[in-house]
Design a protein around this ligand. Structure first.
Ligand code: ATP
Ligand code: SF4
Length: 324
């Protein structure tokens, strides 16, 4: 297979939230590569660190969160070494993010066309308002929204339209890397399917790399070329999508897949996942999944497994795959 170009190389990333009761290790020593042009699905149960990882890439971790270690190499340059001015010029232009809740990301007092003009002209003041409006109108055609809705305020649009607008704002500057954080969470299933179709369609039109964050494996299965599975702040499995759906290796991934109604696993031990994710202030020692794992062994309770290469393009953090 031809060597693929790496657009994003996350190394040993650590993001902490220091709260009254202790330190939450939201992202705990994570290594992850994203290849140019692919769609990478980042999945896991709620509070496993997906959004924190996504936001860390843009250096937008909310307070009291702090990136305390590691590297985020984008096009070979460490984003953690850039100053705020350099990050501002990268955001939107090279890397953009589609957030979960458009209502909190859009300014309720600003018309949609003004959002587009501002986004475009902040990065390129040479573009006139007229040109920016033309760009926005053409984007609305691609988003499947009538152009006259450009002059609406956010509250005048439906939830699905607002999410389309967010996608349009993320793509308007042809970002190389787009991070979509649960882009359909607040929508009903029909609108959700339309937004996923739209993302699929836009992915074919724009040469972007997409990181799609979701707790829902069913959603990610529609779009992803590869999957990265997170559990309790750690990355526990990385694999191309189809092999992972055919044969999930990490017991957590097996449990996650078995609990998705439309992705059926034959002969799996797990049907529903026992227990709940751990508290990230005092995570279990050894393998963090051990209190819930049906294959737990003595060493799992004491020693954390390394991230093991277990096949072509496949990695899993589990002692079951250690070669003796
Ligand atoms: P969800 O799907 O619910 O958004 P997630 O997988 O994206 O979950 P994160 O939101 O990244 O997970 O949260 C990871 C950990 O960091 C959780 O324990 C969460 O409670 C904690 N956390 C996230 N944001 C904050 C914050 N602003 N202050 C304190 N702790 C936070
Ligand atoms: Fe289960 Fe042990 Fe593998 Fe953890 S390391 S997932 S406890 S078998």
């Amino acid at each position: 297979m031809a060597e693929r170009e790496v657009i994003l190389d996350i190394r040993d990333l650590q993001v902490h939230y220091v709260v009254r009761t202790g330190t939450i290790r939201g992202v705990d020593h994570v290594d992850l590569m994203v290849y140019q042009g692919e769609t990478l699905g980042l999945v896991g149960e709620s509070a496993c660190g997906k959004s924190t990882l996504g936001r860390a890439i843009l250096r937008l971790v909310p307070e009291p969160g702090e990136i305390v270690g590691g590297q985020i190499l984008f096009d070979g340059q460490d984003l953690l070494k850039k100053d705020e001015k350099e990050m501002t010029s990268l955001r939107g232009k090279r890397i953009s993010m589609i957030f979960q809740d458009p209502m909190t990301s859009l300014n309720p007092l600003q018309r949609i066309d003004q959002h587009f003009i501002e986004t475009i002209r902040t990065h390129d003041p040479q573009i006139s308002k007229r040109e920016a409006l033309d760009m926005a109108a053409r984007m609305f055609d691609r988003l499947g929204i009538q152009r006259e809705r450009l002059t609406d305020y956010p509250h005048q649009l439906s939830g699905g339209m607002r999410q389309r607008v967010m996608i349009g704002l993320a793509l308007i500057l042809n970002s190389d890397l787009v991070i979509a954080d649960e882009p359909t969470t607040s929508l009903d299933v029909i609108v959700e399917a339309q937004i996923l179709d739209l993302l699929k369609h836009l992915k074919e039109m724009y040469p972007m790399t997409l990181v799609l964050i979701s707790h829902n494996l069913g959603i990610v299965s529609e779009l992803a070329d590869r999957l990265a599975v997170m559990y309790a702040g750690k990355l526990v499995e990385v694999a191309p999508a189809q092999p992972l759906f055919d044969e999930p290796l990490h017991p957590y991934t097996q449990g996650l897949l078995a609990s998705v109604p439309n992705i059926r696993l034959e002969d799996t031990v797990l049907r529903t996942m026992q227990g709940a994710p751990p508290n990230l202030i005092h995570p279990p020692p050894g393998c963090r999944f051990h209190p819930r794992c049906p294959y737990v062994m003595d060493r799992c309770r004491e020693q954390e497994p390394p991230f093991l290469k277990v096949g072509p393009e496949r990695w899993a953090m589990c002692w079951l795959y250690e070669k003796s």
